[in-house]
Design a protein around this ligand. Sequence first.
Ligand code: FES
Length: 122
Amino acid sequence: MKQSNVPMVTFQPGGKSIAAPSHRSILELSAKAKVLIPTRCKGVAGCLMCKIEINDSSAVNAPTRAEELKLGPLLEQGIRLACQTKVCKEVTVQIPEDKLKSIVRKQLERLKQGVEEDDWLA
Ligand code: FES
């Protein structure tokens, strides 16, 4: 349920949205939304597993010192650490898929498309 004056964050792929109070990191919000963002360091900018892509850098806090040190030029490409990023206004977060998951998803999409084309021809 959307809370008034609280921005929403949308996680892609999947499209789940959740209210994003400013004191919560995107990593914390993803856990609340039951969206998996990998972590090994539990949110202390130590593992770099929680990389996400932000579509609008003005919608989140400025990069932390830890992000500047660890991500360097990736920051300019919109890459952030979910554990260090907090939402200021409505934003979409892209969670990179691991390679195996990406291959499986694309294969399933091709199969589904093939089934739909077969149905259309029948
Ligand atoms: S959770 Fe480890 S760097 Fe963000």
